[in-house]
Design a protein around this ligand. Structure first.
Ligand SMILES: [Zn+2]
Length: 559
């Protein structure tokens, strides 16, 4: 197989009928031209590689086609008229293309406007195609606007952009706008399959499906991926290209491995989950693709929960995924999925800032598991825990004021912990139902106070010395931390917050640097107090009486 041209150029549609996924737009444009109702300016918007420039050229062809004089668009690929073939070769004297990404200034536009004053040389219309028009400077837009306001009758503009919001309203209001859609997965698959056949490709359905999906609705992306896959094929000429090959090419993790990983997360098997993740990382997983795959699984879960069983005919969902979702969705509710979703989105956002993506992923998996572990709704599970009457008594409603009680409680806690750490929390919660009304955590200091009151020594130590607060809102805390932070800190704090407030909190590690730690602030303040007291009259008087004396500490009587 020999390729002289890159595929995207080779298969660039030369006629409206060859366009993929933009049928409505094509029809509107063709009808306009047939009925002689054409705007002075077209505006084509849409994501990259969806056909904006291609359509711009098709419009130019249709407007200037020599066979089009009888209003029938019949000029065909093998038999183009002079005008159409010149446009194909980019050599038409009256069809000018400008890339605003490289020519953004007023001078470039001025040249264009100057040129626009002259009538077309050979064709019916003079046509300016301006690609990435949003890149023009403000001045350049103003220059363009004057021409758009009073356009010569033989002049047509075709503007194309990926970012329509950056175009001034004054310009927008003078254009007929066409929003190009992303190409649907079905159509894209069909398109890729056709091209691959013409190029003697040999692909499994799954491979085609994956290419279509990875293209995210951009025909150009899909074709350039296919191009790469075809090169892969030339190396393995007798083999049918499988989904796995494409995954390797794209750095996409095998979804079935992700499903396996997700299963372990839901079961709370930290060790297994992490070992699967490590294996995936070793096989060259792409962090962003991986997280997006998880988002898709989460979406499937919410679909199952809200809309019922997933149709097995849906080819984009594998058997393994359907099985996972059907078996595990009963233990999840929409709120869980919402929390998972938020955390995943945040992690995707974070990967831009962290230097060690793998560490970030591991942290993410642990946090996911933790969100699941602090399950609160499944109260029926409590009955399954065997608790002796004596233990039950100790877990009762009495306030745990005395040391004796809290000691007992600690024993009970550790015993229950060995049975099931998670459910201990739930148990205590049900017993302390009105607890939450007494406990309101309004700020970061309240958490420290609680840790102190509840004798959570480790937690308090970490909160004061190893954690810097970045932001605090109810149910959500962002922190930064130093390397001394206990590795169970997040888990521990989330569990305690749930216990104290009966609500789930999301604790996330921020890339921003927080304020100082509480400990640092206390030191600073006491030094400040000390310094100001040293200068007080009393201190000075004492020093003058006892020259050897030194003020070392200032205590607030109220504390
Ligand atoms: Zn023609």
């Amino acid at each position: 197989m020999k390729q002289n041209k890159i595929l995207a150029l080779k298969y660039r549609p030369q006629e409206f009928k060859d366009l993929i996924g933009q049928e409505v737009i094509s029809e509107t444009i063709i009808n306009g031209i047939k009925n002689n109702k054409t705007p002075n300016s077209y505006l084509l918007t849409g994501i990259r590689g969806v056909g904006k420039t291609t359509i711009a050229r098709l419009i130019a062809k249709a407007l200037n086609c020599e066979k089009n004089l009888d209003k029938k668009i019949t000029c065909e690929n093998e038999n183009f008229c002079n005008s159409c073939s010149e446009i194909v070769r980019s050599s038409h004297i009256d069809v000018l293309e400008m890339d605003a990404a490289s020519k953004t200034g007023i001078d470039d536009v001025r040249e264009l406007i100057e040129n626009s004053k002259y009538s077309p040389t050979s064709a019916q219309f003079k046509i300016f195609i301006i690609d990435e028009v949003h890149m023009l400077s403000k001045q350049a837009f103003n220059g363009l606007l004057k021409t758009l306001e009073e356009p010569p009758s033989k002049l047509k503009f075709i503007l194309a952009t990926t970012e329509v919001r950056k175009i001034p309203v004054t310009i927008l209001s003078r254009c007929q706008r066409f929003d190009l859609k992303r190409v649907s997965s079905d159509k894209m698959q069909e398109h890729i399959r056709n091209i691959s056949k013409k190029e003697n490709g040999n692909f499994s359905d799954e491979a085609i499906n994956l290419i279509a999906k990875a293209s995210e609705g951009s025909v150009r992306d899909a074709i350039s991926l296919l191009d790469r896959a075809l090169i892969f094929q030339t190396i393995n000429s007798n083999k049918e290209i499988q989904g796995d090959d494409i995954r390797k090419m794209l750095g996409i993790a095998d979804r079935s491995e992700i499903v396996k990983l997700f299963k372990e997360i839901l079961l709370g098997n930290e060790v297994k989950a992490l070992s699967i993740l490590e294996e995936l990382i070793e096989n060259g997983l792409d962090t962003k693709n991986f997280l997006n795959d998880i988002l898709e699984i989460l979406y499937l879960f919410s679909r199952k929960i809200s809309l019922g069983d997933i149709n097995k005919k849906d080819l984009t969902v594998s058997e393994a995924e359907i099985e996972l979702i059907n078996n595990s969705s009963k233990n999840l509710d929409i709120q869980d999925i919402g929390l998972f979703w938020q955390l995943t989105i945040k992690t995707i956002d974070d990967i831009r800032f962290v230097s060690n993506e793998n560490l970030n992923l591991k942290m993410y998996i642990l946090q996911l598991m933790h969100l699941k572990n602090i399950e609160t709704k499944n109260f029926s599970d409590i009955e399954k825990i065997e608790v002796s009457p004596k233990l039950k008594l100790n877990l009762g409603d009495q306030p745990k004021d005395s040391d004796e009680d809290s000691k007992k409680e600690t024993t009970v806690k550790s015993q229950l912990k060995s049975t099931d750490q998670i459910k201990t929390n739930i148990y205590k919660e049900t017993d302390n139902k009105n607890f939450k009304f007494q406990n309101e955590i309004k700020n970061f200091n309240d958490i420290v106070k609680f840790a102190d009151k509840e004798k959570e020594v480790d937690l308090k130590y970490d909160l004061e010395r190893n954690v810097k607060l970045v932001s605090f809102s109810k149910g959500k805390i962002d922190i930064s931390f130093n390397e001394k932070l206990n590795k169970n800190f997040i888990k521990n704090l989330s569990e305690k917050l749930l216990k104290w407030t009966n609500e789930r909190w999301i604790i996330s590690l921020s890339k921003k640097d927080g304020t100082e730690t509480i400990y640092e602030r206390t030191i600073k303040e006491s030094k400040k107090n000390l310094d100001s007291e040293k200068n007080s009259k009393i201190a000075k008087k004492i020093i003058s009486t006892f020259p050897d004396a030194e003020l070392v500490k200032v205590e607030d009587k109220n504390e």
